[in-house]
Design a binder for this molecule. Structure first.
Ligand code: ATP
Ligand code: MG
Length: 284
């Protein structure tokens, strides 16, 4: 029994999807131009598809699970279950208008034409906000629509905003935030569910590990308690004696978000020789 997973064939989610599966310890050959491949050490078959098609393949159970952006999941309205957000492919679906146009809130969009590839999501957003605008559904290069006179505004994916900027547009509203997610067919049997659970368990361990670092340092024993309260670690830090009597070595785990702040405090408390190393997997 092999579970099929659909991932993007090429594009913005491809590399991170492959990387995540490999970080889960799953080996497979992903040489270019392959449409499907089997993992050698996990009951998984990987299908490489266009991201737009993934929700439907999963809904139809051609693939049991898939990795795709939440933006695509929302737009395609297929019956799939979101199992886990994956923390990459972060972007937002935003409305943008030409830089030099006056914009005074959503009501400025009344009666305007908005070009987008996300007509379902945009329709729901406009309806919720009681705005009546004309939606032009186009499949690509949405950002040039105002420049060629097709629309007065666009609704498209943005991450840094540089594409908007170079097309003379400014972002004025966020319609939705998105990141890549693992989706599943809602009708999986027990055996399939077990494989999915195993995979999710590994994905969480890989995701957690990325966000945490292993930290080792030497510190004067008199400040030990203060330092332990700064870096409590998973259960409690390891404290080892040093040959120098009043000193000890402390090993712990530290979260990426608080990293710099904690390092500064550690130095204040006399910590020396601070080493920070990446963690490959983290199971709590
Ligand atoms: P495909 O050939 O598979 O249909 P595509 O051209 O539709 O690919 P990509 O541009 O590769 O799609 O984007 C895939 C996903 O990456 C998007 O649906 C979105 O979830 C995410 N993403 C992250 N940042 C951005 C961004 N700045 N612009 C577009 N998509 C982004
Ligand atoms: Mg696509």
């Amino acid at each position: 029994m092999r579970l099929k997973i659909a991932i993007q064939k090429s594009g913005r989610l491809y590399e991170e999807s492959v990387k995540l599966l490999k970080e889960c310890g799953i080996d497979f050959n992903n040489s270019m131009n392959k449409l499907r491949t089997e993992a050698t050490n996990f009951p998984l078959e990987i299908l490489f598809l266009r991201d737009d098609d993934i929700p439907q393949y999963v809904a139809d159970k051609v693939a049991a699970i898939g990795i795709v952006g939440e933006n695509v999941i929302a737009e395609k309205k297929q019956k799939v279950k979101i199992m886990e957000q994956l923390g990459f492919g972060k972007c937002r679906l935003s409305i943008a208008v030409p830089k030099d146009k006056k914009y005074e809130g959503l009501k400025s969009l009344n009666g305007k034409r908005i070009a987008t590839s996300y007509s379902h999501v945009l329709t729901a957003f406009l309806k919720k906000n009681k705005i009546k605008a004309e939606i032009h559904d186009i499949s690509g290069s949405v950002e040039i629509a105002p420049g060629i006179g097709l629309a007065e505004a666009i609704c498209d994916l943005v991450s840094s905003g540089s594409t908007l900027f170079s097309n003379g547009l400014k972002e004025v509203e966020t319609v939705m935030k998105s990141e890549a997610a693992l989706i599943a067919n809602p009708g999986l049997n027990r055996q399939e569910r077990e494989i999915v659970d195993k995979l999710i368990f590994r994905m969480r361990a890989a995701k957690k590990a990325r966000k945490n670092k292993y930290i080792l340092l030497n510190a004067p024993r008199k400040n030990l308690n203060k330092i332990i309260s700064l870096i409590p670690g998973m259960k409690s830090p390891t404290v080892l004696p040093l040959a120098e009597k009043d000193w000890c070595s402390i090993h712990s785990v530290i979260h990426e978000d608080e990293f710099w702040e904690v390092i500064e405090k550690l130095k204040e408390y006399g910590a020396q020789g601070i080493l920070v190393v990446p963690i490959e997997k983290m199971v709590i």
